[in-house]
Design a protein around this ligand. Structure first.
Ligand code: BG6
Ligand code: MG
Length: 216
C-alpha cells in the first residue's frame, strides 16, 4: 500500500482565499454591514451556499429565495472578475517544487476542493497535468467537514484513506481529513488549525525530507 497526496486548492495551492474574502465583503458592505478577516476564517473550505447562509446570519439579513439566489450569483460573478487574469504568479510559495518532487517519485496526487471553480483555476495556473484526480464542488453532495470530497479523491487514486496525506488551510478541511482517517497537514496560521497532525505556514517550510518521511 502506497501513500497518496490530496491538496486543497484555495489557500493551499493558490492564493484565492483573499478573492473569496473580497467578494463576500463586497456583498456584505452592499447589504450595509461589515465582514472581517476573522469572520472570513469560518468561510474557508465551506461551500458557497453555506457561506452565504453564514454571511446573512452575521448581517442579520432575512432573504427571500430569489434574493438568496441572486446574491449567490453576484458573489460568484465578483469572484470570477477578481480571478479573471490569474496566472502562475498566484501559485503559493514552493508549491510547484513540492508537486515536482512528488511527481518525480510517482506519488499519486489529487485536488480535493469545495470550489466549483477548481478546474478553470488549475487551468489558469497551468497545474492541471500534475493531478491524477480532481474532486471539486461539482462532485460532492456533502461539504467539508464531511469527508466525502477526500474519500472520493482517495478512491479515484486507488489509495486507502489511512495512506492519504491532506494539505488544508481550512479548519473544516482539517476536520474532514481527520474524520476520513487521513493524515492532516495544516497550512497557514497554526493557531487557526489546532486539530491538524502537522502545521506549516506554507510549502517553503516543508522539506523534501519531511515529504519522504511521511510517504510510505
Ligand atoms: C473553498 C473556499 O475552496 O471553496 C471557500 O475555501 C469557498 O471559501 C468554496 O466558499 C466554494 O467555492 P466556489 O468557487 O464554488 O464558490
Ligand atoms: Mg482552502
Amino acid at each position: 500500500d502506497k501513500s497518496a497526496f490530496i491538496f486543497d486548492l484555495d489557500g493551499v495551492i493558490v492564493d484565492t482565499a483573499k478573492y473569496h474574502y473580497l467578494a463576500w465583503k463586497k456583498l456584505a458592505n452592499g447589504l450595509g454591514f461589515e465582514f472581517t478577516k476573522e469572520q472570513n476564517e469560518l468561510f474557508k473550505g465551506v461551500s458557497r451556499k453555506r457561506c452565504l447562509e453564514i454571511l446573512l446570519d452575521i448581517g442579520n439579513v432575512d432573504a427571500t429565495q430569489d434574493q438568496f439566489d441572486t446574491w449567490m450569483v453576484k458573489k460568484n460573478e465578483d469572484y470570477l472578475s477578481y480571478i479573471k487574469d490569474m496566472d502562475e504568479s498566484e501559485i503559493l510559495p514552493d508549491v510547484v517544487q513540492a508537486l515536482d518532487f512528488l511527481k518525480d517519485r510517482q506519488v499519486p496526487m489529487a485536488v480535493g476542493s469545495a470550489s466549483k471553480n477548481a478546474r478553470p483555476i488549475l487551468e489558469k495556473v497551468k497545474l492541471l497535468s500534475y493531478f491524477d484526480a480532481i474532486v471539486d464542488g461539482t462532485d460532492v453532495t456533502k461539504a467539508k467537514p464531511d469527508p466525502e470530497v477526500f474519500l472520493i479523491a482517495s478512491d479515484r487514486m486507488g489509495a486507502r484513506p489511512e495512506n492519504c496525506i491532506v494539505f488544508e488551510d481550512a479548519a473544516a478541511g482539517i476536520e474532514a481529513a481527520n474524520v476520513a482517517g487521513m493524515t492532516s497537514i495544516g497550512m497557514g496560521n497554526p493557531e487557526n488549525l489546532p486539530e491538524a497532525d502537522y502545521n506549516f505556514r506554507d510549502f517553503s517550510e516543508i522539506s523534501e525530507e519531511f515529504l519522504k518521511e511521511i510517504t510510505v
